[in-house]
Each structure stands twice: as C-alpha cells, then as structure tokens.
Design a protein around this ligand. Structure first.
Ligand code: HAM
Length: 467
C-alpha cells in the first residue's frame, strides 16, 4: 500500500485583518488573545511606579534649591496662544517651524501645547504686573512641555522640565547664580556634569557675525550637508548646531562670535566667567554654542552629563544636553512689556532621570531615603484583624509602615520588608494576638524579641532614633 503522503499545510489567509497586531506590543505587555490594546502615542512615555523614586528625588532636589535660592513657584497653563511662542522663540527656529503642537480653538484662534515655559513666565510677569514687585522676581516651575520632534533616545514629544528664571536684573552675578543652581542640581543628585558657556552678545553684533558666517559657509557650500545648505539660506547661526561628521572640520574653522562682540558685551561675559571661577564651577568655553531659540542675548550655556568610562579610559560626554539657558534681556519688550532684563535655565527631567538610572547602576546615588520606617507582617486571619488596627494606630503616631495584606507567608512578607530597606519588622501571629504581644525583628541581624503590644510603638521609635 502506498504510503499516505503527508498532507501539505494549506496557506489560509488571515480572515480578520483587525486581529493582526500592528506593532509589537510593549515588552511584558499582556494582551488578551484576539484583542488589540491601545498603544501609547509615539514619543510619549508612562512614568511607572517603579521609577517614581527617581522623579521624586529630582523634584525634592529642585524644590530645595528653589527654596534655598528664593525662587517662588509659578505654574502656567499647558496650553497657550500659539503666537506667544512664534513671537518669542522666533519663526525660523526648529521648535516653532517643525515641533509645535498647534490646534484650532473653538473660536478659530490658534492655540498650542507649550514647547517650553520661559515665554509663558514672561507673559505671566506682564499679565500680573510683576514689574511692580521688588526686582528681580525669581520664579521656578516644573511641568510637561511638548515638542513634535523626531523621537529617539532621550528625545520625547512630551517631556518635563524644571526651570528657574530671574526677571528684572541685568547683573552677571545672576547669570552665574543660574549656572550655579543648575550645577548644584546635578551635584546634589551625585551626577557629574559639564557646563559649556558662550556669549552671543546683542542682535546687532549677531547680525554682523551672521553675515560673516554666511560668507564663510557660502565658499564651502559644496562640502556641507543638505540641512546646512538650507540653514545657510534661512538661519546661518543654526549652521553651528550641525552634528554631521562631514560638516565638523568646516565648523571648527568657522569665524567665532566672540570676535564680533562689542567691548561692553565682552566685559559682561568676562564678569560672568569671573563669578564662575570664584564659585569654583568648572566650565568649558564653547564658541559654537548659540542655542536653538531666538530670544537669547549675551550669556548662553548648556549642561551635559559626563559618563564615567571603564577604568583607564577617558571620560565621555553624552550628545544630548541635560539642560540649557541664558540671558534674554530683550524678550520682555518683544512681548509687549516694558524693557526688563532677564535670564533663566531649564533642565530636562526625563533625560536627567535616564542618566541617573544609568549612572546609579554603578554608583551609589543620592535617592530620597526609604519611605518606610518599619514593616508590619501578619500571620493568620485573627492577626490580620488586629494588625489593621495596630497599623492605623502606629501610622497616627507618625510611623511610616509598609505592609501587604494579600501576602500571608512570613517569608514573602520579610522579603518585601527587605525590598523596602526598613531596619526592623513587626510580626504578629495568632499566638501573639492571644498573648497581647508582638515580635520585633532586626532586619539586618535577624534577632527577634517579643514585646508587649502596648510598648511596641515606644520600643520601635527608640530603635529608629539610634539609626
Ligand atoms: P531647551 O534647551 O530647549 O531650553 O530645553 C532645555 C532642556 O529640556 C534640554 O536641555 C533637554 O534636557 C530638555 N528637552 C528639550 N527638548 C526635549 C525633548 N524633545 N525630549 C526630552 N527632553 C528635552 C528651553 O526650553 C529654555 N526655555 C530654557 C531657558 C529657560 N532659557 C531661559 N530660561
């Protein structure tokens, strides 16, 4: 009998195209068979509970610095008139030209999600008549910004910034103070950074420089990248932002803006540098640093993370800036307010968290102290009932207690206590409930003692004092 041929598997086209997942679901995502889960928008990201410690630490450091340097918190809306940013950041800038989320409002006017907050702070200063306050007015903010940028590592469409602005003082000491605040932010987090500074003087000085730069680049037009050819026509200063390899040697030889500054502008910049020297803040002079927004005058600066390389190898500086800022003496007038000098800095928190995590793997980082003082473990139904009341009483007395009523095994609960890094745990079993006692366990040594339930609070507090 001829051997039955193995039946070839027929190709059956997928009937329901909808069922085919369009994109690979996020790692670890649990999606029920046949269903499609919604994906987060491109360039946006969730901040998950396991990352909260980093965000909380950053906020804590930012808030403490603001209090120490006397900046008042300002919160401006996430949505503003689109014209606010076109007018302040400049029409030809990447942020305005390509990256703004602009919508039509019900009344037909153009509104947008803010791409940054300096313009909003200046608007608020004018709207609230803050020129009547004692000057300068120092403000800080923390919140989300939106830029429809091409997403890549460290570049998001929604990202958060902390910013510090000083409005109403034209003093180089203010520029230095802002650099100090930014420097201290990373110092307090234990992250090594590099500060790069430059001066771009006043618009008329810059115009003369731009003409010279354009002349220089025109002669080298056939050697520069496509983008730079466009920049040459539209906004020659942006030529200095180019990261393409082929343009680097040309950029290195380009005329430097500092040579086009007036004596007054040069002196102003020298003063800022003197203050930085006096503060002992290391900085690098970067003649090609011009920043991507049009409102700057005089001092501009950026902060970069320094990545510790393997032993013996040179330290590396990452490509993307953690923060940036500078002076913007003409912006207030440009926005319809009375002439008022100002300066500020904004730090990208998403990028800073990414670096903190990466760096933190190798180095002990200054995260906020554990949030719990003790852990409360319970064993059995009766103990659970009593534990609820005891935990509430202890919480009222000011102790921060970790617990988990869904876990019944002692081993698991002690593992959770370990994760929370608490120095001691309270353990309540059936026997202890009956006897009115409770076990206090030293988490490091494992030594346990049985104490009266009524005395537990005092004993624990005394133990915590000694730590
Ligand atoms: P900026 O340089 O455009 O300046 O942004 C400051 C920081 O925000 C950047 O260094 C970066 O860390 C972060 N950032 C910017 N875009 C993105 C993005 N797409 N994804 C993730 N992070 C990003 C300003 O915004 C000015 N308002 C700074 C300032 C304040 N100047 C004076 N006062």
């Amino acid at each position: 009998m001829p051997k039955k041929q193995k039946e070839k598997k027929k190709f059956v086209p997928r009937k329901n195209k909808e069922q085919k997942p369009k994109k690979k679901e996020a790692e670890g995502a649990v999606v029920e068979k046949g269903k499609r889960a919604h994906n987060i928008l491109r360039g946006m990201h969730d901040i998950l509970p396991r990352e909260e410690k980093y965000w909380k630490t950053m906020f804590h450091v930012a808030e403490n610095l603001a209090a120490y340097f006397q900046y008042g918190r300002i919160e401006t809306p996430v949505m503003e008139e689109a014209g606010l940013f076109v007018r302040s950041l400049g029409k030809g800038t990447d942020v305005v030209e390509k990256e703004m989320y602009v919508f039509e409002n019900q009344d037909g006017s153009k509104i947008c999600l803010r791409p940054e907050a300096t313009a909003s702070v200046v608007r608020a200063y004018i709207n609230a008549g803050m020129f009547n306050y004692p000057q300068p007015v120092k403000m800080w903010y923390w919140g989300p910004m939106f830029r429809h940028d091409r997403p890549q590592a460290g570049r998001y469409r929604e990202f958060r910034q902390v910013g510090y602005e000083i409005i109403g003082a034209a003093d180089p000491a203010m520029d230095a103070e802002l650099i100090l605040v930014a420097y201290n932010f990373y110092k307090d987090l234990g992250l090594p950074v590099e500060i790069r500074v430059n001066s771009i003087g006043l618009p008329e000085e810059r115009e003369r420089y731009k003409a010279e730069l354009a002349n220089y680049y025109r002669a080298k037009k056939s050697y520069i990248c496509e983008d730079c050819r466009k920049r040459l026509l539209k906004n020659p200063l942006r030529l200095l932002d180019c990261k393409e390899d082929q343009c680097q040697p040309i950029k290195d030889e380009a005329p430097q803006i500092v040579d086009w500054l007036s004596e007054t502008s040069k002196n102003y910049f020298m003063k800022v540098l003197e203050y930085l020297d006096a503060l002992g803040i290391p900085y690098i002079l970067q003649p090609t640093l011009v920043r991507g927004l049009d409102y700057y005058t005089h001092t501009v600066f950026e902060i970069y993370p320094v990545i510790e390389a393997e032993e013996g190898a040179a330290k590396e500086t990452a490509q993307s800036a953690l923060g940036g800022g500078g002076r913007y003496d003409l912006l207030m007038e440009e926005m319809g307010g009375r002439p008022t000098p100002a300066a500020g800095v904004a730090l990208g928190i998403d990028r800073s968290v990414a670096v903190l995590k990466q760096y933190g793997e190798k180095h002990p980082i200054n995260l906020l102290k554990p949030e719990y003082d003790i852990y409360f473990a319970q064993l059995g139904e009766r103990a659970k009932g009593r534990a609820l009341k005891m935990i509430e009483d202890l919480r009222q007395s000011g102790l921060r207690i970790g617990f988990n009523f869904y876990k019944n095994s002692l081993k698991t609960q002690l593992e959770l206590a370990n994760d929370l890094k608490v120095p001691c745990a309270l353990i309540l079993g059936q026997k202890e409930v009956q006897e009115g006692t409770i076990i206090i366990r030293d988490m490091e040594s494992g030594i346990q003692e049985i104490v009266d339930q009524k005395k537990a609070e005092n004993i624990v507090k005394k133990k915590l004092e000694k730590i």
